[in-house]
Design a protein around this ligand. Structure first.
Ligand SMILES: Cc1ncc(COP(=O)(O)O)c(C=O)c1O
Length: 476
């Protein structure tokens, strides 16, 4: 025994980095700086572990990582070597050892996560979400179902039955959607539902009639499928049912609350759209993204309830009622579409996250879901009031025609010649997120700005309106 370490490595148990990370970084640095020559042999994992006083598994894991990244190579029955292809660095580089690449610690992740800026659209106030309760339900699910929740479950590409059943019940009670639970498909947000439907229902060149102005996420999904978009004009009541358009394969609409104008589609127009779809043998997508937030009167039942779901494909989301990063949405479709959806889902992502699906099912069944909606509804109603009061106090020349609910408010300039795009760009420079209506439109649209108000507390709303008002008035 010489007492010399077999490799000049330093491992410090007091550091927060794991032993495996420390060993990995030290070895990598030695290879990068040429202190360990290309082609040189490494000690066996057992010898190095004994020498450093750490577990052999730690050494094996560090070796595996470096092998995976190409720094080391394993030769059968000979041992582990520094990859001979790994060129020697120039002498200068040897004198100034490379700093290990900056790695973002898990704790630093919070600095990379962004908060929405006023008045970002369609953002729930996630601080109202009962995170502690959610965590308890999640832990309980893991205790109850244990490792069984961790397997692949390709049989559930359409979602876990317990969640599909809970949602079918909720949709029946609250939205009048009559369906068998097997017609409910769980998706990764309603965006995935839009994507899946576009892919299986549309062929390149087919025509989609899309609300104008309308939701860009839907537009992107239709264009990705090669569809040709046609404008479905929108007025103060929502989509105007077409009378003389031919060859339409799909119609996209947000009848509960037109995105982004906020109009609620009257029943007569709903019936007319369904009739149009029937005549054209077209599908009708009903994107019901925020109907839970109606303040002064209850929401109209879903359009799906008017044609028993024969042509209407209903899409909903947990992003607004719970929180967007959950990435759970759903759709209600006829049984005939299920095999194609299942096949595509299996190809795309096999199935959605099971732990969250079980937790969400428990959240729904425990009644916490409804309590949370009531709490948000109350808070958002007050925030809408704050927004409108502040707009009036600062004499903003905007009118808000649809103030009975939703998460966003479209404000129209009284002077229709105003360039809302330019004003929105100035607001953006000042840190505001207030898009012009034009952003959502295919055809020229009235001059207006859209404000999402739900994610911000009343003080923030009042202050932000005061600051934004200065920029808006300046830009007029
Ligand atoms: C009209 C509309 N549909 C769908 C979505 C997508 O929501 P998700 O987060 O469920 O994908 C949004 C998001 O803002 C939306 O505004």
């Amino acid at each position: 025994m010489t007492g010399r370490p077999i490799l000049p490595l330093t491992i410090d148990r007091r550091r927060t980095a794991s032993l495996q990370d420390q060993l990995y970084s030290s070895l990598r640095e030695q290879i990068q700086t040429g202190q360990m020559a290309p082609g040189s042999v490494l000690p066996s994992s057992r010898d190095l572990a004994t020498d450093l006083g750490i577990s052999r598994n730690t050494v094996i894991a560090a070796y595996d990582r470096l092998t995976g990244e190409g720094y080391l190579e394993t030769r059968e029955r000979s041992g582990i070597f520094v990859n001979p292809e790994f060129g020697r660095p120039k002498p200068a580089a040897r004198r100034t050892p490379l700093k290990p690449r900056h790695r973002i610690a898990i704790a630093d992740a919070s600095t990379a996560l962004r908060e929405p800026q006023p008045f970002r659209l369609c953002q729930p106030d996630v601080r109202l979400f009962p995170l502690a309760l959610w965590n308890r339900l999640r832990s309980r699910a893991l205790r109850r179902l244990g490792h069984r929740l961790l397997h692949y479950q390709s049989a559930y590409a359409l979602g876990l039955p317990v969640l599909r059943q809970a949602l079918a019940e909720y949709l029946g009670e609250s939205r009048g959607v009559r369906c068998d639970w097997t017609q409910v498909v769980i998706t990764s947000g309603s965006q995935e539902a839009l994507y899946l439907l576009s892919q299986i229902l549309l062929k390149p060149g087919q025509s989609v009639l899309m609300e104008d102005p309308g939701y860009p996420g839907a537009k992107a999904a239709f264009l990705r499928a090669g569809a040709v978009l046609q404008s479905l004009p929108v007025d103060e009541h929502g989509a105007i049912p077409p009378s003389d358009v031919d060859g339409v394969s799909l119609i996209y609409t947000t009848p509960s609350r037109q995105f982004p104008t906020g109009a609620s589609l009257p029943v007569t127009r709903r019936m007319a759209l369904i009739e149009f779809a029937r005549k054209n043998k077209a599908w009708l997508i009903e994107d019901d993204y925020d109907s839970e937030f109606r303040y002064s009167r209850p929401p109209l039942p879903a359009m799906h309830s008017l044609d028993a779901g024969q042509r209407t494909l209903y899409i909903g989301s947990m992003s607004k009622v719970l929180f967007p990063s959950l990435r759970i949405g759903y759709m209600v479709v006829p049984q005939s579409l299920l095999p194609a959806i299942e096949e595509l889902r299996l190809t795309l992502n096999d199935h959605g996250p099971l732990i969250d699906q079980v937790t969400l099912a428990d959240f729904l069944q425990s009644g916490a879901f409804y309590t949370h909606i009531r709490r948000c509804r109350k808070a958002y109603e007050a925030r809408l009031d704050t927004l409108l009061t502040a707009v009036a106090r600062h004499s903003l020349p905007l009118t808000f025609p649809h103030t009975d609910g939703g998460m966003n408010q479209a404000g129209y300039f009284v002077d229709t010649r105003i360039n809302a795009i330019r004003i929105s760009a100035r607001l953006k420079e000042a840190g505001f997120d207030i898009p012009a209506l034009d952003v959502y439109a295919q055809q020229p649209v009235a001059a207006g700005l859209v404000f999402g108000f739900t994610a911000f507390d009343p003080r923030t709303i009042a202050r932000a309106v005061a600051d934004a008002a200065v920029i808006i008035r300046d830009g007029i």
